[in-house]
Ligand binder design. Structure first.
Ligand code: PMP
Length: 337
């Protein structure tokens, strides 16, 4: 019989699929790695598992312990899923700007959600960070994974994401394109692929080239940290888990390009993915334009498009921020009116 003993065993081992339509005019092979097929719906399941296992090993997390993390997104889901299976209580601290849908997902997994006001300074005791720090101090047996600095985050990608890409391409991958938020994915995956290919002869592609994809405005691509709409990627500061030595290049991508590509991936490739995935594909296609037929480009797609139906996939929302022209394509609904 073929079955997993727990949903946790199904984290990772995500497939690669070749892009067919959006790559028109490109000679290289462009493969995308579908992280939305993880049990919690994103790449963050991988780091959740590793950070919890490391905390168990080091004794920071003991039976009956509580996981406390300021997160509203994918990391929360991963931690809720793994934490629950391993018998830990989870408390997530989220700012009140985070939508009810996202809070409800965490609660559905049995986690507790504490909502903090957005309109307070970051150093206020009532802030997102202030409240989570106080909970960690006050709850006996509390553990805060801290995905921005926890070495388990890049380590999980060094041990799983990178080796999967290498194995699934039979060691032929030449370029990898990855968006950076905390930097864990690009640092761990990129470092592994560089290490494993460091002595590969130039005739077989040489050392793997790591390309970062970044929203225009973020510090990784030389921005000032000014705001942008793509979620989950880019930073206004340099987190500990971002290893500057790993990317060979970082390409800045605009919100408009990211969202247009995210919509094309759904319509033309059957891939319902989030905005950071569209962003990474834009960067990959830009990099692949000048590459020969022999190049194998792998792009990591971090999460599903389901969480963005009211934004990227909503014409009114897109129009209201100028990402679609005012008089965009009429919908069937418009025609029937
Ligand atoms: N895309 C999405 C949707 C994310 O939630 C994240 C995590 N912040 C990333 C990309 C970037 O991953 P990392 O934090 O490992 O750099």
């Amino acid at each position: 019989m073929k079955y997993a003993n727990s949903i946790v065993e199904l984290i990772g081992h995500t497939p690669l699929v070749k892009l067919q339509k959006v790559t028109e005019g490109i000679k290289a092979t462009v493969l995308v790695k579908l992280e939305y097929l993880n049990p919690g719906g994103s790449i963050k399941d991988r780091i959740a598992l590793k950070m919890i296992e490391e905390a168990e090993r080091s004794g920071k997390l003991q039976p009956g312990g509580t996981i406390v993390e300021p997160t509203s997104g994918n990391t929360g889901v991963g931690l809720a899923l793994v934490g629950q299976q391993k018998g830990y209580k989870c408390i997530f601290v989220v700012p009140d700007k985070v939508g009810q849908e996202k809070r409800s997902v965490l609660e559905a997994y049995g986690a507790e959600v504490v909502v903090t006001p957005t309109a307070v300074p970051p150093d206020s005791p009532q802030s997102y960070y202030g409240v989570s720090d106080r909970l960690v101090r006050e709850i006996p047996g509390a553990f805060k994974p801290d995905q921005f600095s926890n070495p388990g985050a890049p380590a999980s990608h060094y041990e799983t994401t990178g080796p999967e890409i290498w194995a699934d391409t039979d060691g032929k991958v030449t370029h990898v394109v990855i968006g950076a938020g905390t930097g864990g994915t690009i640092s761990g995956t990129g470092r592994f692929l560089k290490d494993v290919s460091k002595d590969r002869p130039e005739s077989e592609g040489g050392q793997v080239t790591v390309i970062g994809a970044d929203p225009e405005g973020s510090v990784y691509s030389g921005g000032t940290g000014r705001p942008y709409f793509v979620e989950g990627v880019g930073e206004d500061m340099w987190p500990a888990n971002y290893d500057k030595a790993v990317p060979d290049d970082v390409l800045a991508v605009s919100d408009a390009e990211s969202f247009a590509m995210t919509r094309r991936l759904a319509r033309e490739e059957g891939l319902l993915v989030g905005g950071s995935s569209g962003m990474a594909v834009v960067a990959a296609l830009r990099a692949a334009r000048d590459l020969p037929e022999s190049a194998i480009v792998v792009v990591v797609l971090p999460d599903s498009g389901r969480g963005y139906l009211a934004k990227i996939f909503n014409d009114d929302w897109m129009r209201s921020f100028g990402f679609l022209p005012g008089a965009s394509e009429a919908t069937v609904g418009d025609v029937l009116k």
